[in-house]
Write a protein that binds this ligand. Sequence first.
Ligand SMILES: [Zn+2]
Length: 680
Amino acid sequence: MKKLLVSLMITLPVLAMLFTISCNNIKKTQSSEAKVLAFDISGIDSTKQPCTDFDGFANGNWKKHNPIPSTEGAWGSFEVLDKENREVKIKGIINELLKQENPAKGSEAQLITGYYRSYLDTVTIAKRGITPIVPLTDKVLAAKNVSELIALAGELAQINISGPFGVYVNADDRNSSMNAIFMGQGGLSMHDRNYYENKDSAMIKIRAEFVKHVDKMFSMAGWNVSSPGQTILDFETKLALIQLKNFEMRDPVKIYNKIPFSELQKLAPAINWADYYKNYGLHTDTVIVQDKNYLKNLGLLIKATPLEVLKTYFRWQVLLTYSGLLPTQFNKESFHFFSTIMYGVKAQRPREERAIMSVNRRLGMPLGKLYVAKYFPESSKKKVVEMIENVRSVYRDRIDKLSWMSAPTKEKAKKKLAAFTWKIGYPDTWKDYSSIDIQNDKLVENSMNIALWEHHDMISKAGKPVDKKEWDMTPQTINAYNNPTNNEIVFPAAILQPPFFNPDADDAINYGAIIGVIGHEMTHGFDDQGAQYDGNGNLSNWWTPEDSKNFIALGKKLEDYFSSIEVTKGFKINGKLTLGENIADLGGLTLGYYALEKSLAGKKTPEKIDGFTYQQRFFLGWAQVWRENMTNESLINQVQTNEHSPARWRINATVPLMKEFSEAFGCKGTVADTLKIVIW
Ligand SMILES: [Zn+2]
């Protein structure tokens, strides 16, 4: 799985089960001309002690003056930039395209404006009601037995409608230059097992709201089923309880089980695998499954579940997937549960804003092509390449100096480091989307046609060599990722702007921000998961047993440290779930710091700016990237489901682990002294 820098909240039902992450949203709009200060000291709250609450010190005033807008679940650097990106840049591109009369069918302009117009045509949407999804739900109702229903699930999965398992094509972790077919768990409306089993009162309340939500949606659809909400919750709870926990899925060896296709039928005879795969459009002799036990238990669960319950479940999945595109009453109700109840978001964004987000999500690459032509200065690329090579050389020095690793493993680690590749800005080649049929008045069908295009694009790769040039993120995304099977780090155009990368800022701020981010992504190649992949992107153990033991022990210390942090009443960080991200944060920050020192070697010590030394400004640069206010609901969601520690703790738990931080701010008795966790 790809490692993201940050996972923004998922509000509406997720359209593509496996990889889609929707974005947060914002309040304050900066005009595109406004100069962003390198570090705005007015955000500092000097009544807070940097040594004990660095987030409070560096960001306290900013957080006080930037409350969470009613349309958001969180508000920080990512969300502010994301909103500006959409409301100024992306909106500007769409508005330009709207001026074209009769753009050619299949052109970027036609695809984007057609989809956008269909999203805003609320009159047609209201008039059509749920008719666009009725052919699908009718097929569900017509299934005469479980076999027919499972076969149909293969067809539904082509247009993003989830079932209890998902099939996808990706690089084979043990033969990374070839694509293989994977199968994993899925099909939970609330995405994560914790939402079904956690006994905290906040979670119990969410489950009760979920039942009400499903009942209401069925009633609005005019579907006459008795207690659909409780039926769905009961079935999904059974499903959740046989699934791997989120932190268990972080073990790449454990979830790699290549089996002959014929074994599926033996594992779960109640499931009609052949017809499912046929309808999904794939033929294969082998499949890599996440967990054989899950499939076995799923077979038993399906066998024990009445056909009527399974039909109710699949009808719900259809409605859930497309609820955001149905008449207002449906997306309002969907917003109420998936945003207000789950994330504490009070108000729905205006429709025009949602239309922009939806276009960006569904047609991100055609839009991205126009975005980079307008907003990505090629000069940025050269600067970022320099920064990456700078971090790589510092990483090499640090590996040489590690006291816990022996020489043979150091050689292997450096070999992997040297083999790292990067991508910056946007893809070299763009895919051809022109065959997608998009019409001005068929929103649901438009979305389905895009899903089908994506599905065919994905399955066409099965069994073929991996295209190493392919991108998994659009250029206008404010994020970055590490792809272990390509041994690569990827930085989309949109993250190369302030406060992450600011060509006008002093070096210390940029090293704490974008260089910390680059170091973070690079360290993912050496976190508890990444370290199990070699320089060619294959899962293969290159560690001596002794070094591996030391590495695991250091990770365990970090895990225990994070697990002790309570972020809100009754909820602690899950140190196991967040281990890879916490290693990457600590590594990224350390690499950024030493890259800055290296760049200053032999030069005059930089003058203080705004009363802060360059070392202090380095840490302020990091803190500025992660400043964020969050609703309590979003915070609970994050610690229950997300591999990233909440932003406040990416600052407050990470910086005190570095003795360089204690030295910069004159701190005494920090965890840097007691825990001594230096991994990279
Ligand atoms: Zn990360």
